[in-house]
Ligand binder design. Structure first.
Ligand code: GDP
Ligand code: IMO
Ligand code: MG
Length: 427
């Protein structure tokens, strides 16, 4: 039995896609368990670059069965666009399995996501505008539409009409927008039923059987610990549970099925969207990091906010997720800095904190306390073993390991599949 979870330790875009793809060759099933097409996971294989939003990154390994778990919210138009786009590039996705219980992002969820953000104005969350939050809100509110509903037309039409009744009143009376026609939404959803039918599966049963047979199942987290609805910088979070525990509810496997939790940590920090980010660099250094790391969103193209590595952020993620391994990505981006600052504490109104503060108010008043590591100038993009790295790069990794309190098992030195230094075997 081998259940492995990959989780982002910061605010997303740590390189989860690359890490998933890299392990994919030795994995039997790759499962998305939370989020939707708010995710953007980049995989680079040779000269080819793939940006995946809904499909698990293991899809590029033919022997690996891709699964969309019950915890994911699925925009069917995006799903089939992605599948068709990959087919044109010779990647076959016929073996995709989708949970019958996964919820659907409908056109009205997308509309509501955008109008609420506009309505919030200065207080907006900076969502990806993909309808993810409103779809999860409907799920919890018990008015969501699920994949299985596509196969009972009468129920589907009733559910769409019921869900829209309240929303239309809100759209028309509060937001001054046209009402959305329930019948045409239901027609659009029904038009996907034939293509979805062969994919719809009891994915929880499938994955539990696979684990019973000793297969390797990789749960690919989207978003990250600090965007988690419970543990993130609420309310500036996503509306699901990207943490490792979310793999259990989002895929239908029990906690004892998880053998390994791999945290993905960028060698510095980025965040996209609004919300607190104590280490954010608003100066030229931030801009230099953004350019060096090409920090522009895979999903929305927005420039990512940048800062140095924040040990408090990653250590909290390591604790809550019981991480067994850390994979440090984008170490190559730090080449050429004479000194590399690392955040080792916060000053909160004159009081030193060694761990992330408990409350939102304290986090808002946190200013970083730095220590400084010595940099290196050698190009590290072709390093393949730890000893290939310059001494100061090795020291930097060892220091991060000490600060996080979890072993570093892999290091990314470039976007390519092979541009990785493995220190400990993960499978
Ligand atoms: P994800 O959302 O966590 O999968 O990450 P994204 O794909 O949104 O963003 C990570 C970006 O960094 C992508 O453009 C990757 O191709 C790239 N990347 C991943 N690992 C490395 C690395 O080790 N070095 C460099 N230079 N780029 C990397
Ligand atoms: P991956 O999987 C980075 C952020 C949005 C916004 C907040 C809420 O590529 O790491 P939402 O659309 O989910 O309601 O937006 O969460 N966000 C991400 N930021 N990477 C992601 O995914 C993200 N998914 C959501 O920018 O701040
Ligand atoms: Mg991303």
């Amino acid at each position: 039995m081998t259940g492995i979870v990959i989780v982002g330790t910061q605010w997303g875009d740590e390189g989860k896609g690359k890490a998933t793809d890299q392990l994919g060759e030795r994995v039997d099933y790759v499962v998305r368990y939370s989020g939707g097409n708010n995710a953007g996971h980049t995989v680079v294989v040779g000269q080819e670059k793939y940006a995946l939003h809904l499909l698990p990154s293991g899809i590029l390994n033919r022997n690996c069965v891709p699964v969309i778990g019950n915890g994911v919210v699925v925009d069917l138009s995006v799903l089939f666009e992605e599948i068709d786009g990959l087919a044109l590039r010779g990647v076959n996705v016929d073996h995709l399995r989708i949970s019958a219980n996964a919820h659907i992002i409908t056109p009205y969820h997308r509309v509501i996501d955008r109008v609420t953000e506009r309505f919030l104005g200065r207080r907006k969350i900076g969502t990806t505008g993909r309808g993810v939050g409103p779809a999860y809100a409907d799920k919890v509110n018990r008015v969501g539409i699920r994949i299985q509903d596509l196969f009972d037309e009468s129920i589907l039409r009733q559910k769409v009409a019921a869900s829209l009744e309240q929303k239309n009143a809100l759209l028309v009376k509060v937001y001054n927008r046209p009402a959305i026609d329930a019948e045409s939404v239901a027609d659009e959803l029904l038009s996907y039923a034939e293509r979805v039918a062969p994919m719809m599966t009891d994915t929880s049963a499938l994955l539990n059987d696979a684990l019973d047979q000793g297969r390797v199942v990789l749960f690919e987290g989207a978003q990250a610990h600090h965007l988690d609805v419970d543990f993130g910088t609420y309310p500036y979070v996503t509306s699901s549970s990207p943490i490792a525990a979310g793999a259990c509810t989002g895929a239908g496997v029990g906690p004892t099925r998880i053998d390994r939790v791999i945290g993905i940590a960028k060698a510095y920090t980025t965040r996209v969207g609004e919300g607190p980010f104590p280490g954010e660099l608003l100066d030229d250094t931030g801009e230099r990091l953004r350019q060096a790391g090409r920090e522009f969103g895979t999903t929305t193209g927005r420039p990512r906010r940048c800062g140095w590595f924040d040990a408090l952020v990653v250590r909290q993620a390591a604790r809550v997720n019981a991480m067994t391994d850390i994979f440090v990505t984008k170490l190559d981006v730090l080449t050429g800095w004479e000194k590399i600052p690392v955040i080792v504490g916060y000053d909160v109104n004159g009081v030193r904190h060694d761990d992330m503060p408990m409350t939102q108010t304290e986090l808002h008043h946190s200013t970083p306390v730095y220590e400084y590591a010595d940099g290196w100038t050698e190009d590290i993009s072709s390093a393949r073993s730890f000893t290939d790295l310059p001494a100061n790069a090795q020291r930097y990794i060892r220091r991060l390991e000490e600060l996080i309190g979890v072993r570093v098992s892999g290091i990314g030195v470039g976007p390519g599949r092979e541009q990785t230094v493995m220190i400990h075997d993960l499978l």
